[in-house]
Design a protein. Structure first.
Length: 358
């Protein structure tokens, strides 16, 4: 399988189009070995650039919400005490490892990076270096070589992910049959009688009298529906909302996230076009009309969802197989020198000649 150069061009354009950023970089030995995989050495400089480029995308989203110390603020640490910096740095290592492993398996899927791809990547890296301010370049630890490497591995990863996805989707399609995903579909209205919060922030419960009145109204709606009135028109009169739901033999129980058990039980007894009476569920009343006993469109949708889920499982099996056999080793002492103690921010025209956000 040989992909065209469009993926490389798109990825390159996405990086090159990044706005100028300000920040303050770490003092590291760029030529130090930050990690090894097989007989390949990965420079700390490249890992540092990868980390700070990733950091910059987080900073542009989160600094305004969580403050400039969110990377190391223990308030945002997980239950094991890992800070945001710890978590993202671990994610970055996983991404770097996987990209190198995907490159090692390119021949398995006939993936190639052409001379045209490399020309596009080189041009995009040059644009990235020229479009970003000197302060941003320094803060990210960016060099022409690192940006080219970043784009190269991103392109490899994208093409490999596409190829593996196509392969496992084909496998999943062969394993699953639409016959196993038959679906019944019903339209319904629901009257919610669960506790609610009023305008003063107080929790309010329906009284028995209020619930009885709402149930009586739902019964009147059901009677009119059974008499042949149009469901959508009738719902407008009663100020109900009509929704639809499709289910099959694989429907989960209500406790496991499926639809109301009482409703499914009644739906199983109906034929197409039949209307139920009021069904009492958990803190709600329902009225349903069975629309189809064998909904082909819903079955196709269910099959496609199942194929996607199985394909995801198969994809994970492939990539997990790569990492299980990996000999990726990180120099933790060197990697610890890469920190997110300074933040990146979008640079305004007024800031271009002034300084950095520290």
């Amino acid at each position: 399988m040989k992909h065209g150069k469009s993926t490389a061009v798109l990825l390159a354009a996405a990086v090159a189009a990044s706005l100028a950023l300000t920040g303050c970089g770490d003092s590291i030995d760029q030529n130090a070995v930050g990690a090894t995989i097989g007989d390949q050495e990965i420079s700390l400089g490249y890992m540092n650039f990868y980390a700070h480029y990733t950091q910059s995308s987080y900073d542009s989203l989160f600094v305004s919400y969580y403050g400039e110390d969110y990377w190391t603020n223990e308030s945002y640490a997980d239950d094991d005490g890992h800070t945001m910096e710890d978590e993202v740095k671990e994610y970055i290592l996983e991404e770097i490892e996987l990209e190198y492993l995907l490159e090692a398996h390119m021949d398995d899927y006939g993936i190639e990076i052409t001379d045209e791809d490399m020309t596009a990547i080189q041009a995009a890296a040059e644009e990235f270096m020229s479009e970003n301010s000197s302060k941003a370049i320094k803060a990210m630890g960016a060099t022409q070589e690192y940006v080219e490497d970043f784009l190269y591995y991103q392109t490899v990863a994208t093409r490999m992910e596409d190829a593996i996805s196509e392969d496992v989707e084909a496998q999943a399609t062969e394993q699953l049959s639409i016959d196993d995903y038959s679906r019944r579909t019903f339209s319904y209205i629901v009257v919610d009688v669960s506790d609610y919060t009023d305008d003063d922030g107080e929790t309010v419960s329906y009284t028995d009298e209020e619930k009885a009145a709402l149930e009586e109204t739902a019964e009147a709606f059901a009677a009119s529906l059974q008499a042949g009135e149009d469901m959508d028109t009738l719902a407008e009169t009663y100020e109900y909302t009509v929704s639809t739901y499709s289910y099959g033999e694989d429907e989960a129980s209500e406790d496991d996230g499926g639809f109301c058990d009482a409703v499914i039980e009644v739906a199983d007894t109906l034929t197409a076009g039949q209307v139920s009476g009021v069904i009492e569920g958990t803190d709600a009343y329902y009225v349903i009309r069975l629309d189809s006993e064998d909904d082909a469109d819903a079955a196709q949708t269910a099959l496609e969802t199942a194929i996607g889920e199985l394909a995801d499982e198969l994809y994970t099996e492939v990539t997990d197989g790569y990492t299980e056999d990996s000999d990726f080793e990180v120099d933790e002492e060197q990697w610890a020198k890469v920190t997110f103690t300074s933040v990146f921010s979008l640079e305004t025209e007024e800031e271009e000649d002034t300084g950095v956000s520290e």
